[in-house]
Design a protein around this ligand. Sequence first.
Ligand SMILES: Nc1ncnc2c1ncn2[C@@H]1O[C@H](COP(=O)(O)OP(=O)(O)OP(=O)(O)O)[C@@H](O)[C@H]1O
Ligand SMILES: [Mg+2]
Length: 252
Amino acid sequence: MPEKAIITMENVSTVYEGESRPAIKGINLTINQNELVYVVGPNASGKTTLLETVNGLLPPFKGKVTVFGLDIQKNGKKIRCQIGYVPQDFMVKPGEPYRAIDVVLMGRYGHIGFLKQPTEEDKQKALDAMKLIGIEDLADRPMGKLSGGQQQKVMLARALAKKPKILLLDEPFSNLDPDSRGQIPLLITKLHDEQDLTTMIVTHDIHHMLEHCNRVIVVTGGKVTFDGTPEQALPLVENHPHTTSLKEEHHH
Ligand SMILES: Nc1ncnc2c1ncn2[C@@H]1O[C@H](COP(=O)(O)OP(=O)(O)OP(=O)(O)O)[C@@H](O)[C@H]1O
Ligand SMILES: [Mg+2]
């Protein structure tokens, strides 16, 4: 069976408004259906910019991004209905009145339609996603009163409640405790396989990189400087100061 390209980037550069230097430059990348790709690299190298250019939240200054064969700039809304995105920085005010279940239900909006109310089925899908992540007991708690790790789990549940075809996760495990850091990446990998997803995960955690994928992309200085297996990527990321503490653990 020939591999089917889901995401393609052709010579893509993205420049933030008011900046002169591109945050990512000349990116050529193809991600095929059911690939699980980890994206690693130092701070400020362009990982978040890459994900946001893929999902059309940032317009490329040069080049073209195609998702499901469609230009993301012309079909952004339609395509994003199929993308579960967990952003790296989501700001939740302490007084935020939305309950966790409301936030997860937002993942269903693309399916619900403009000015329509969520159905029982939507609510059930939202609750199911919370159960999967193990946070159903938080459903009625205000988002602003949850811990950072709990909020991160709510955002993951929201992405899953969407029943997406693509998952784009930007350091989605960074606030999780050691138990959750073991279980949740495993769960994502399992869902990825079962639901035939196409997944990109940004991480600084080389354990996850080694255990959960067979393709790693290293982004350095706005460019893809490596694209290969986790084992091949290991020496590159191990030398980076950000991962030295992990390096020690890894060799135990
Ligand atoms: N909104 C913005 N406006 C201007 N420049 C930005 C903006 N966001 C990011 N940048 C710049 O773009 C470059 C890439 O940033 P990006 O957030 O993609 O890095 P990253 O690899 O995700 O880093 P981290 O590991 O810290 O999350 C950096 O030089 C950063 O300063
Ligand atoms: Mg980032």
